[in-house]
Design a protein around this ligand. Structure first.
Ligand SMILES: [Zn+2]
Length: 691
């Protein structure tokens, strides 16, 4: 990738060099747009991305005759990926030009005033710029009918079903509304929700998001609506698209209308009577920034008067009446002392940078994740390098780049290990994946120790007095080879009592807390096994569905056969799906895993899953399928309610289905129910039945 910092001054470029660079920039920017918009996985920081775009614009300004047909300045970014149907926006969705300081903001104001032939000050509305995903919501006679992502600005993805799961997207506007109106806003995830989600994802061995913005985008762009429904997404509305009639004369009044209709509008938005108030507002929000519950990367200033907005119109992809004044990134430089490779419970090798501790935006940072092998190679990060560190989205520290001038002379490129640093087994990278994994499985000490730590952790077996350090210690003694060995520790109570830091009392307490956990719920047991993608919630789903350990084990063994009834039953459990089904059957495909499982089960009393069956629940033990659009409940609500009454909710209709609840526009499932003679009922009848 082009390094804009060391690139030659635009004024010194020859025409040939300029043409060559524009071609390279077009390709680079298209690549990063795709990574950002389509894959939700940006490879460079926003600041670097902006630098590429600015360099492109600067060269185009000097050589207008060289502007390419595929110039990035003519595009907003992100082509539409397959999977969602496309929706064309009636009015294109914009991208904003950026200002990076008071001077650039003043230039923007001067340009607008020149264009309008105006000398009196401009009135602005200032809105914090949320780092999220822009969407367009269409309402017909006040009712939400469809919604789309921005996509490339003219055409986005139809994510209507997913938007319907969000509380902050009103289904019906309150009060008077035009016959047709498009409302635009930003879908985002709060910092707290982001951290919780990543923790859950990590436990389940699923994708970790780089920042709240990617988490929001990844959550909204799910083909499975249930996943979106389970993610905590928020929305601030801030702009209008097409409208069948004018709804306001100023942008500020429009924001008041949005609030009245039932949208959330950012409460920090403010009307500024004079453009000279912008700098103070920018500083004020800048100070509040780190304390906000969500990420912002600047403030958007829009000229308030909508008739002035219309006169100003657009240049290229951006309006002349609005600008995003960005905050500088919080960065610091420090020295990278060491690159350490951590081995996780599932064998993933994760490189971690150990840094000279440094203060970045008020937080002391001593470590940063390097993500994976490719990331290190792409940035050519080496031990001993001075690196630029940035807190991305205010949350996770990232290494942005290396200060090459300060690289030690004897420096060598980092070689990612081909074997596991813990057990020496080969580390492999399946095609298409970025993570290298240790193939040692059960013989890998790091994986085993991580699995044991997971096994005894608070949300699994929750064994008091047995933390990560003790597990490692006992492992080193050769006492722990599998989870079952944990239950043999009480036999060593006397030896443990003589160890440094222990005594009779603490050794006895350990034996007691281990004994107390010999009885365990099925869901905790399944979760404790540490199977990839089986976090707490999936373990609970499995326990509820299969009821007992013996039944679960037998069904999983049978489900290994692709095409078997057991396999399709597993995949049809609401919330499980084929990918997770495969992780489970892979686990049961490995004889050593079954041996380990049986060995530990023999030490335990595994309680049958507590079903919320009550004698008076008419749906207890029944298998229920919801299909079509429900009017009074969201799908997740309906499902949770049914499960709390002891019903099993599945996604497909079979002979085993007891009830199919048919909503509006129900399709093949309703037909199949009729064919199989399964009982069907309307939403109203269902509500009557369950009270
Ligand atoms: Zn290993």
């Amino acid at each position: 990738m082009l390094d804009t910092k060391s690139a030659p001054d635009v004024d010194t470029l020859t025409e040939a060099e300029a043409a060559e660079e524009l071609a390279r920039l077009a390709a680079d920017i298209a690549h990063h747009d795709a990574a950002y918009h389509t894959l939700d996985a940006p490879e460079i920081s926003d600041a670097d991305y902006d630098a590429l775009r600015r360099r492109n614009s600067a060269i185009e300004a000097r050589f207008p005759e060289l502007i390419r047909a595929d110039s990035p300045s003519a595009r907003v970014g992100g082509a539409v990926e397959s999977g969602f149907s496309k929706l064309r926006h009636r009015v294109p969705m914009l991208s904003l030009d950026n200002a990076f300081g008071a001077e650039e903001f003043a230039e923007f104001c001067a340009r607008a005033k020149r264009f309008l032939g105006r000398t009196e000050p401009l009135v602005f509305v200032a809105e914090p710029k949320i780092d999220g995903l822009s969407i367009n919501l269409s309402y017909e006679h006040g009712r939400f009918v469809r919604g789309a992502t921005r996509g490339d600005g003219t055409e986005g993805e139809d994510v209507t079903a997913n938007l319907r799961t969000m509380k902050s997207v009103p289904d019906q506007l309150i009060g008077e509304a035009p016959a047709f109106i498009e409302v635009r806003g930003e879908v985002f995830m709060t910092k707290a929700d982001f951290l919780t989600l990543n923790q859950t994802q990590a436990e389940a061995g699923s994708k970790i998001f780089a920042n709240p913005r990617n988490a929001a985008a990844g959550s909204l762009r799910q083909l499975d609506t249930r996943i979106t429904a389970s993610r905590p997404l928020s929305l601030f509305a801030y702009a209008q698209g097409e409208s069948s009639e004018p709804v306001a004369a100023t942008h500020w009044d429009y924001l008041q209308r949005l609030t009245a209709w039932g949208f959330d509008v950012n409460p920090l938005s403010r009307r500024l009577e004079n453009e000279t108030d912008a700098e103070a507002f920018q500083n004020e929000i800048g100070l509040e920034r780190s304390g906000l519950g969500y990420d912002i990367d600047g403030v958007v200033y829009k000229i308030d008067d909508l008739s002035l907005q219309r006169r100003l119109g657009f240049v290229g992809r951006a309006p002349r009446w609005a600008i995003a004044w960005k905050f500088p990134a919080e960065q610091a430089t420090t020295v990278l002392r060491e690159i350490r490779i951590q081995v996780g419970r599932t064998g993933a090798l994760t490189p971690v940078a150990e840094l000279e501790p440094v203060n970045v935006g008020g937080v002391l940072v001593a470590r940063a994740t390097l993500h994976n092998e490719d990331e290190i190679a792409r940035k050519d990060i080496r031990v001993g390098d001075t690196v630029v560190l940035q807190r991305a989205g205010d949350v996770i520290p990232q290494i942005v780049s290396v200060v090459l001038e300060r690289r030690p002379e004897d420096s060598t490129a980092f070689v990612f290990p081909a074997v596991c640093p813990a057990c020496g087994s080969h580390a492999v990278r399946p095609p298409g994946e970025v993570v290298k994994r240790c193939t040692g499985g059960l013989i890998c000490s790091a994986q085993l120790v991580e699995r044991l730590i997971h096994f005894v952790s608070r949300t699994a077996f929750d064994i008091d007095g047995l933390g990560g350090k003790t597990i490692q210690e006992f492992y080193n003694e050769g006492w722990l080879h599998s989870p079952a060995d944990i239950f043999k520790l009480p036999e060593r109570e006397e030896v443990i009592a003589t160890r440094e830091g222990w005594g009779k009392l603490s050794a006895r307490n350990l034996s007691r807390s281990i004994a107390a956990r010999r009885t365990i719920s099925l869901e905790r047991f399944i979760y404790a096994l540490g199977i990839r993608r089986i976090g707490e919630s999936n373990a609970k789903l499995l326990a509820r569905h299969y009821g007992s350990f013996a039944n679960w084990r037998a069904q999983m063994l049978a489900a290994r056969q692709i095409g078997s009834d057991e396999r399709s039953e597993l995949g049809s459990i609401s919330g499980i799906g084929p990918t997770i089904a495969e992780e489970l059957t892979d686990f049961f495909d490995e004889p050593r895993n079954i041996a380990t499982l049986d060995e530990v089960a023999a030490e335990l009393t595994i309680q049958d899953a507590a079903r919320a069956e009550s004698a008076d629940s008419p749906v207890a033990g029944k298998t229920v399928v919801f299909t079509g659009t429900l009017e009074t409940l969201t799908r997740p609500e309906a499902k949770a309610r049914a499960e709390s009454l002891g019903a099993k909710v599945t996604d497909s209709v079979s002979k085993k289905t007891d009830i199919v609840v048919v909503g509006a526009d129900a399709g093949s499932k309703a037909r199949k129910a009729a064919e199989l003679g399964v009982r069907t009922m309307t939403e109203a009848e269902w509500r009557e039945l369950v009270g």
